[in-house]
Design a protein around this ligand. Structure first.
Ligand code: AMP
Ligand code: ZN
Length: 494
């Protein structure tokens, strides 16, 4: 019997705005699509949070015994600046600014994305398709949509006819907007646009002379609209109707709303059974975003090289910080919050080390292991509630510390089970790793580096800058970066 047959997983479906028992289309199999990054700059911690939520979800579905096909795309064309309908492609713009080929930009930031996700211990998706690799599929969908009467061509560009679609379908089902309100809130077309109505969106855009990223099509040399790629890639690999579609909350409208409309217009069915939306990471209570500069890069978290933090943090500490919030809650990033998470993380890791070295004691178990395990699963089954899971894990930490102090007892078979399930929840499902700060080696290293920091301070006080620079540079060569701040010098290990 598979674990998923014993556990009743409930998922909050953004389409119905309620928690629903998860039932995949094909028993034992899950198809999951998550909108991937637009690879025109380094991913910031906000992007990482959304992908991390789905990494945890992927991990739990696999743990339950499902065979999961997880598709997460790379957007390498079609996403215009400001998510607009007109204007420059984000990647082409960056290519112009950096004087590189668009595909050099794509390569550079795809590599960065992979490298960062690896540091955070992500499991790679089953398929990672690119928009430029699926132009033919996108053109085919545009043809279908036109043939079914929901798309129209003007001057080489093709648009989705939202009003026509809304006569027989409902545009706005996901974002709970209705077309009338959208019409009232739209600005008039400025006369430059080829669209019939401002609510229509591009399926195919004719490329201007200067536009480098272009492909031949029946309508013009051009490029696909942003929403189309996800329809093409999700249906190609998961079918016209599949189980889970995820992404950040900010993609609900217009991106996901348009995906639903495109799918209905071309395939006659709504594409997704469970829509899942991850909430935003904020900093100073404002959404982290590339465009506003209100963001922090993962690399800066690791080194501490950002004015918003006092020191570097291990990737697993940042991961633990994010897992302490439910994926549908807003999470505010701050130095204090990270410092608190680091303490909690170290306590958890210490407890696991203690547990791994524990020997059974006594002839009873003074802990209700079965209830504890049930609670852990209940938390995850309740729409992947990781903060509740972590609270349960700390119940076990308390017990482990009592065992260490000889204040509690455990039978051999329960000890084996406790070790197994602590590892399962902490490492397999939350995706944490034993990392710096908690080990004895780490303590020794901290001591040595602090000694060198003191020597460097003495040298500086004596104006012996040759020595102070030497200490800093040689530590840096060893991957230890010193950071001078108003509260003294801190360090981070890369
Ligand atoms: P992009 O590369 O801009 O297409 O975004 C990639 C993913 O990151 C999308 O799912 C966004 O919804 C998500 N995202 C962007 N900003 C944030 C944020 N501040 N917090 C959480 N997720 C975000
Ligand atoms: Zn998408």
């Amino acid at each position: 019997m598979k674990l998923y047959q014993e556990q009743e997983l409930k998922i909050y479906n953004s389409l119905t705005n309620q928690k629903e028992v998860f039932k995949p289309i094909n028993e034992g199999h899950v198809g999951m699509y998550v909108c991937g990054p637009t690879v025109y700059s380094n991913v910031h911690l906000g992007n990482v949070r959304t992908f991390m939520s789905f990494d945890m979800i992927f991990r739990y579905l696999k743990h339950l015994g499902y065979k999961v096909r997880y598709v997460r795309n790379i957007t390498d064309v079609g996403h215009l600046v400001d998510d607009a309908e007109e204007g420059e492609d984000k990647i082409a713009k960056k290519a112009r600014l950096e004087q590189l080929e668009p595909m050099e930009i794509v390569q550079k930031y795809t590599l960065d994305f992979h490298e960062i996700l690896q540091k955070f211990n992500f499991i790679p998706p089953s398929i990672e398709p690119t928009a430029t690799g699926h132009i033919i599929e996108q053109i085919e969908i545009v043809k279908e949509i036109i043939a079914n009467g929901y798309g129209y061509e003007v001057n080489g560009s093709v648009y989705f006819d939202v009003h026509k679609f809304n006569e027989t379908n409902e545009y706005g089902v996901l974002s709970k907007r209705n077309l009338e309100d959208l019409v009232n809130n739209s600005r008039e077309l400025d006369g430059q646009s080829d669209k019939k109505n401002p609510q229509d969106f591009a399926l195919w855009k004719k490329a201007e002379e200067t536009h480098i990223m272009r492909w031949p099509s029946p309508w013009s040399d051009g490029f696909p609209g942003w929403h189309l790629e996800c329809t093409a890639m999700s249906t190609k690999y998961l079918g016209k109707r599949f189980d889970i579609h995820g992404g950040g909350m900010d993609l609900k409208f217009p991106h996901h709303e348009s995906e639903i409309a495109q799918n209905e217009a071309c395939c006659g069915t709504t594409p997704v059974n469970y829509w899942m939306h991850a909430n935003m990471l904020t900093m100073n209570s404002k959404k982290m975003a590339k465009s506003t500069g209100n963001n922090i890069l993962p690399g800066e978290i690791f080194t501490g090289d950002n004015p918003n933090i006092s020191k570097g943090f291990a990737p697993s500490v940042a991961r633990f910080f994010m897992m302490q919030a439910h994926y549908r809650s807003i999470l505010d990033f701050s130095n204090d919050a990270l410092l608190a998470s680091e303490k909690g993380f170290n306590k958890l890791m210490e407890a696991i080390k203690t547990l791994d070295n524990l020997k059974p004691v006594g002839d009873t178990t003074s802990f209700n292991f079965d209830v504890w395990k049930r609670n852990c699963y209940n938390a995850l089954n309740d729409d992947f509630n990781t903060p509740i899971l972590i609270a349960d894990l700390f119940e076990a930490v308390k017990y482990i510390n009592q065992l260490k102090d000889g204040k509690a007892t455990i039978l051999p078979e329960t000890l084996v089970e406790l070790k197994k399930y602590m590892h399962t929840f902490v490492f397999d499902i939350l995706g944490l790793e034993q990392q710096t700060g908690s080990s004895d080696d780490g303590d020794a290293l901290t001591g040595v580096v602090e000694l060198l920091i003191n020597l460097r301070n003495e040298a500086r006080a004596n104006k012996d800058f040759a020595t102070s620079d030497k200490i800093r540079d040689e530590l840096l060569a060893l991957g230890i970066q010193l950071k001078d701040g108003k509260d003294g010098t801190s360090f981070s290990v890369s």
